[in-house]
Ligand binder design. Sequence first.
Ligand code: SF4
Length: 457
Amino acid sequence: MTLTEKILARACGKKRVQAGENVWVKADVLMTHDVCGPGTIGVFKREFGNDAKVWDRGKVVIIPDHYIFTSDSKSNRNVDILREFVKEQGITYFYDVIDDPDGHWVFDSGKGMLKRQYGSHYAGVCHTALPAKGHTRPGEILFGTDSHTCMAGAFNLFATGIGNTDAGFVLGTGKLLIKVPETMHFRLEGRLQPGVMAKDIILHCIGEIGFDGATYRAMQFDGPGVASLSLDDRMTVANMAIEAGGKNAIFPFDARTAEYVDARTALNGTTQAYEPVEPDRKQKFVYELAVNLDALEPTVACHPNPGQRKKAKELGNIKLDRAYIGSCTGGKTSDFVEFARVLRGKRVAIDTFGVPATPEIVRDLQTTYWGNQTIWNILLGAGVQMTENAGCAACLGGPVDTFGRMNSPMTCISATNRNFPGRMGHKESQVFLASPATVAASAIAGKITDPREHLAN
Ligand code: SF4
């Protein structure tokens, strides 16, 4: 069996499963956020009754992160709905925006967009927060009401996005009927070269198969090249499986996975026991692609979808109005480090927005010194507009006052994961997806640029 099949077999209590089979699996974690949480709660109450209790209050994780730093009152209200539900149900893991469990969330636009406006429990973007807070354990089943839930597959678990109706059902029963997906095999060989990042791996793979090339399939990434990839790198790759239509992404378990997971579960007091799955000798794949990491070049997904692959060096004719770094895919500490490496001592030529995915990442950037300057200050010095209000921000557009949102037609290069028309705001805007290094080099030049031009200097 493939890694995905092995996890699903265990979760449904069978020795073996095969692609195409429908099985009832037990959920280990259900995650929801401020956009889908209220709808999910509504389904749960409608189907199970107003007084119903969730199946396991220690397995529900609620992370407001999407429409948080906005004056839109309906968005603010969504966070309050989550808080009320958490109180009613006694849910253990709620990463509230404010510290007062009886309070109300109101964003104060008078304080501006840049200075933090959250309390001590706030965790930032759900997919980045889940592993950081110790909720991604190898071998488990994680459902989330968000399509990029597949990112947790970096940790050798079955993680997939589900809709509000399914999530309401999971809240009530802890189970879900899943069709076992076929598995596509991406064998990584070699090592990424300077200026080339994990984002380039996944943009390359999606370019090979198209933005619907993995529809309802598992994308398994393994091979000798995985060892050199950090967990941040693996998260970037797994995150974008859904951009090819994938049901889930999955990586093998290794010492780096153990180190990350053990440290985070211990730090946060979450469950520490887990049982990873190892690859079988015989696995049935419906597709095979070998990816030579040594040969990969900085890659861009052009407007209007993530499958429009080109090399960055071929796109120097694309003039830009804006650059953006942030999101679960591209807003991690390691993403900002590579971004800053290119920008250090230079200045951006276009409006450039930086949104760290979590408050921890803000802290990392504000406390890590290169010489006598923090990375945060290096980025400010280069002209990047950095906000401490970690969250989804303009990755999915959001209300009109969202930081970095494109409110008029413009051309943007972005370290985020999705570029369908309208995704980051105005529907006539064009978004080009690239690695943080490519975004930085392009921000300096005001046109799409291969970052290796800057590393050579
Ligand atoms: S950062 Fe973007 S892709 Fe990630 S969860 Fe938020 S909206 Fe979705």
